[in-house]
Ligand binder design. Structure first.
Ligand code: HEC
Ligand code: HEC
Length: 338
């Protein structure tokens, strides 16, 4: 009798594990949406792709030797295998987003792309590895996600076959529980604080600038920095404290200083950024974000001033031998002390 119960239990457990590994996530059909390509949509989509959300940082060929990891001209959206040095669990491949029908997303429906971006379900029903920041993109308004789809269709098609993503245990099981359906999302109210809050979600500021535990931002410590990223095997970069704390955050920054901090990188974004060794480089999307409009940056600043101030002194480049001599930051001494 006991044996039978045990056997049944083992079978049930086995079936459960198989179910988790192969059947989940339960996902719904991709929404039946057809995005019309209007001029306004294409312009908005380009702005979101290149500046606000910086999709190309992961989905393009990038120059790893230069400050801010610029996109290699002619390689926009062609996808890439994320570097092994990032310490990811397995092989993670950012998809080819160009309209090539065989190796890109040319044969996907608009609805499949929208579901991938906001819900984390790939075109084949597979849960996406959450390096694809779909939890943040779940906040994308219907208008904005449609603008992105319209713009993606206009990227020059690049035939670029990539290997498939292979995530190791236990993450391959955990990630099946993360996707959630997203229905209609309205645009945020137009006041600066609401718009700023929205922008800090869809551009990943909150994700990168908050400490995370078990895949979620730690309650009450949003934007307090300290989120550590592995750029390469021995090069970490740690996000800064963006809360209004006077000593360790941006509490003493003026709006103008905040704008200038971004504007100083426009020169690099327009040309070729300088060469820089890994420990001095950064995944902060300075190049893309330097093209965010003043009005949007002001909204972000207004919102950041309203978040809970948290005292947290951060060393941003812990593996850089000389903290002060960072090529990308040569103009930064003008800013108030952190
Ligand atoms: C931090 C890196 C990163 C950023 C930023 C990023 N992605 Fe991704 N994306 C990925 C990775 C990695 C995958 C593949 C995950 C997998 O295969 O499990 C992916 C997958 C996708 C897919 C799924 C394609 C398919 O096969 O179904 C789409 C569509 C996509 N991304 C669009 C976007 C768009 C649009 C943006 C910007 C709004 C964006 N991504 C920003 C990393 C990123
Ligand atoms: C991919 C992760 C990532 C994203 C997305 C990101 N940041 Fe950062 N950010 C960092 C890291 C890491 C640093 C520290 C290294 C550096 O300064 O480059 C940083 C530094 C900064 C600094 C400099 C602070 C100082 O004291 O010098 C500001 C300001 C900032 N980020 C604002 C933002 C805002 C606003 C957004 C969203 C619009 C954002 N960041 C999005 C990772 C990120």
């Amino acid at each position: 009798m006991l044996r039978k119960i045990l056997l049944a239990a083992v079978c049930l457990f086995g079936a459960g594990a198989a179910y988790v590994a192969f059947l989940l996530p339960s996902h719904r059909a991709a929404p039946d949406v057809r995005v019309e390509r209007t001029e306004a949509r294409l312009a908005r989509g380009k702005y979101l792709y290149e500046h606000v959300a910086n999709c190309g940082d992961c989905h393009s060929g990038i120059d790893e030797s230069r400050f801010g990891f610029p996109v290699i001209p002619g390689e926009a959206g062609k996808g890439r295998v994320m570097p092994a040095g990032m310490g990811l669990p397995g092989t993670v491949v950012a998809a080819n987003l160009t309209p090539d029908p065989e190796t890109g997303i040319g044969s996907l429906t608009d609805g499949q792309i929208i579901r991938a971006v906001r819900e984390g379900i790939g075109h084949d029903g597979r849960p996406l590895f959450p390096l694809m920041p779909y939890a943040e993109y779940s906040s994308l308004s219907d208008d904005d996600v449609q603008a992105l789809v319209a713009y993606l269709r206009t990227l020059p098609a690049i035939r670029h076959q990539l290997p498939s993503t292979k995530v190791s245990f236990p993450m391959n099981v955990i990630m099946r529980f993360l996707p959630k359906p997203v229905d209609s999302v309205p645009s945020p109210p137009s006041d600066p604080v609401s718009r700023g809050k929205y922008l800090t979600r869809i551009s990943g500021c909150r994700f990168c600038h908050s400490p995370f535990e078990k895949g979620r931002p730690v309650e009450g410590r949003d934007f307090s920095g300290g989120h550590e990223f592995q750029l390469a095997a021995n090069a970490r970069v740690v996000s800064a404290n963006l809360t209004p704390d006077q000593e360790t955050g941006i509490g003493r920054w003026t709006e103008q200083e905040f704008l200038d901090q971004f504007a100083q990188f426009r020169e690099y974004a327009a040309g070729t950024p300088p060469k820089v060794d890994y420990p001095y480089n950064t995944n902060m999307p300075w190049l893309g974000l330097s093209g965010v409009s003043d009005s949007d940056l002001k909204a972000i600043f207004a919102y950041l001033k309203t978040v809970n101030p948290v005292r947290n002194a951060v060393v941003t480049h812990p593996d850089a031998p000389e903290e002060r001599n960072i090529p990308g930051y040569r103009k930064r001494t003008a800013l108030p002390p952190r």
